[in-house]
Design a protein around this ligand. Structure first.
Ligand SMILES: *Cc1c(COP(=O)(O)O)cnc(C)c1O
Length: 353
């Protein structure tokens, strides 16, 4: 069977016409994995915990779902170039889809704060990468101004086609479970993704594909938690660089998702993020990036605080793992003990086994 990208698979739910060119790398179709070992470890036997591994998208993050649509629409509208601000994954995705579309791509990144894997992707796909002496929020402001001045399409998640494409992840979850989950845990940075999932669930239920809506549980890193604090943060700090954002563009969307779903937006510390990051790798065989692990860190926090509802039937929880761990191997190496070096003899080997 032919592999379908998200536009082909969900075309009836997306704003496309016969004239829209299809720029796809066959994104989406990511696995929903039952996390049996993690469940045991967390003492969460009364729940079914699933992991939606978005790191298996073509460029290694969920950003591809939005980018396939944003780039296809940009091309349809006659645009010759796209531009974005990025903590890394947006630029990797934009660069790849621009390459496929034969368009120019310009990305603004915060200088020195971007994981090496992500930077190498943007460069390999031929994007014009510009590092600015400032953070993501500064970069996004600059991109907004520049795209007003030049005929270049902005492809950050304030581009509505990004949200439209990203909502398809909610469709996939419902298609696979036969219903929406009871809870969804996810990391929140610029808040486009939580906005997109909530839109996706609502639309799919409106069309009769599901009956219940999930409680949306969004997690920011403690040092970059403007939504929790209720005010923008000037100098956001966290080792989870993908969510190091002080003034989320989709602020209102995140609050609406939380309030309409009776969910929560909370924060987790960098230590809690790293603990979850290691647990996922060691117990489930899934290597995600630190920002992604904020979802599981948040779940652990809520389980520990006994803040989740229980019922006789097992409640279903989905954690979104937004990006792949290979994006940031340096972080992994810093987290884990380095391999021991020994003489190439059986005697030396026996000593440590
Ligand atoms: C972009 C990104 C996020 C944050 O998503 P938002 O839509 O900005 O909230 C989280 N994790 C990873 C890996 C990302 O690339």
């Amino acid at each position: 069977m032919e592999t379908l990208g998200i536009i082909e698979r969900y075309r009836d739910f997306l704003p496309i016409t016969e004239k829209t060119p299809l720029i796809t790398l066959k994104e989406g179709n990511t696995p929903l994995i039952l996390a049996t070992n993690l469940s045991k470890k967390l003492g969460a036997d009364s729940y079914e915990i699933y992991l939606k591994f978005e790191g298996l998208n073509p460029t290694g993050s969920f950003k591809d779902r939005g980018m396939t649509l944003a780039v296809s629409k940009a091309l349809e509208n006659g645009s010759k170039a796209i531009m974005c601000a990025s903590t890394g994954n947006t630029s990797a995705s934009a660069a790849a889809y621009a390459a496929k579309a034969g368009m120019r791509c310009i990305v603004l990144i915060p200088s020195g704060q971007i994981a090496l894997g992500k930077l190498s992707q943007a460069l390999m796909h031929g994007a014009k990468v510009i590092a600015i002496e400032g953070n993501f929020d500064d970069a996004l402001n600059l991109v907004k101004e520049a795209t007003k001045q030049y005929p270049i399409t902005l492809v950050n998640s304030i581009n509505p086609f990004r949200i439209e494409g990203q909502k398809t992840a909610a469709f996939e979850i419902v298609d696979e479970l036969g219903e929406a989950p009871d809870y969804q845990f996810m990391p929140v940075g610029n808040a486009g993704n939580i906005t997109a999932y909530w839109k996706g669930y609502k639309e799919y239920c409106d069309k009769g594909k599901c009956v219940n809506l999930p409680k949306m549980m969004g997690f920011q890193a403690e040092g970059a938690s403007p939504l929790v604090k209720g005010t923008p943060i000037k100098n956001p700090e966290t080792l989870a660089t993908a969510i190091r954002i002080g003034n989320p563009a989709s602020w209102d969307g995140a609050i609406r998702a939380r309030d309409e779903s009776a969910g929560a937006i909370d924060s987790v510390t960098d230590d809690e993020i790293i603990e979850a990051y290691k647990m996922l790798a060691e117990l489930e065989g899934i290597f995600c990036e630190p920002a992604s692990a904020a979802s599981v860190a948040g779940l652990k926090k809520f389980l520990f605080q006994k803040k989740l509802e229980k019922r006789i039937v097992k409640l279903r929880i989905v954690c979104i793992l937004t990006g792949h761990g290979l994006k940031d191997p340096e972080r992994a190496i810093l987290t884990i003990e380095k391999p021991e070096t020994i003489q190439p003899t059986l005697e030396s080997l026996n000593k440590i086994l």
